[in-house]
Design a protein around this ligand. Structure first.
Ligand SMILES: [Zn+2]
Length: 93
């Protein structure tokens, strides 16, 4: 999915959702940056050696990103003071 995003082949809607998330998630931004570098490296490597194809994206990294993109399950960890969650759910559709 992310490789598609990097290729610009992802539907605009999904692309926007992802970018919207990236605006407020620094870990994902840093991750995506490193991922871009990885993809670029893979492409160059692929151009040099077409016989051995490197994996477009390590499953571990992919799973990591997918997990980070999903909202964390809200457990009754923080008391209902309205302190947590306001920042995330402030925007209306
Ligand atoms: Zn994120």
């Amino acid at each position: 999915m992310l490789s598609d995003y990097l290729d610009g082949a992802l539907p605009v809607r999904d692309c926007r959702e992802l970018e919207r998330h990236l605006e407020g998630c620094r870990p994902c931004i840093a991750f995506l940056e490193s991922l871009k570098i990885t993809v670029e490296a893979c492409r160059r490597y692929d151009q040099n050696k077409k016989l051995s194809l490197p994996p477009p994206l390590p499953p571990e990294m992919r799973a990591r990103l997918v997990a980070s993109l999903r909202p964390e399950p809200i457990r009754a960890k923080a008391p209902a003071r309205g302190e947590s969650g306001q920042g995330l759910q402030r925007s209306k559709p």
